[in-house]
Design a protein around this ligand. Structure first.
Ligand SMILES: [Zn+2]
Length: 148
């Protein structure tokens, strides 16, 4: 995370991600995290746990993934109001879908398949999303390393 912070900043010192300055500071992000996970400081879990809105898994500040509710590629805001804490599995699985689309996909799978088949299909989709993300990251890294 520190490397990302040092990567790009605008003239006002704001971190640049996806071509846009992040409209909050690191301290504001920490405050947001503490509001999401009220037991995080005291370590009094499960008080610091919340339920993933999609799969209902209990996650804490160490096991949750911070997701852009509306994906940045779909025009989502880069501010704190567009962040939500969900399970890592759901974050990987959701990819570039909006919450409505992701819920529709999950409901469609639940209606089409028995539990065993649905878990199998969901597992394959999660692997495909992870693979696509790693290939995309690899391409970006190679593109950056090519001298102009
Ligand atoms: Zn989940």
């Amino acid at each position: 995370m520190k490397k990302r912070i040092e990567e790009k900043k605008d003239k006002n010192g704001r971190i640049i991600r996806h071509g846009r300055p992040i409209p909050f500071t690191y301290e504001e992000l920490l405050k947001w995290m503490l509001q999401k996970f009220p037991g995080a400081i005291s370590g009094l879990f499960p008080n610091g746990r919340i339920q993933c809105r999609y799969c209902k898994e209990l996650v804490d500040c160490l096991t949750a993934a911070i997701d852009h509710e509306i994906p940045l590629k779909r025009g989502g805001d880069v501010g704190l109001s567009n962040l939500e804490a969900i399970s890592r599995d759901c974050n990987n699985y959701k990819g570039g879908l909006t919450p409505t689309e992701f819920i529709a996909l999950r409901n469609w799978l639940a209606g089409m398949f028995c539990d065993a088949a649905r878990f199998d299909v969901e597992g394959r989709l999660k692997k495909a999303v992870k693979l696509a993300a790693s290939v995309n990251w690899s391409r970006k890294s190679k593109a950056k390393s090519i001298p102009k």
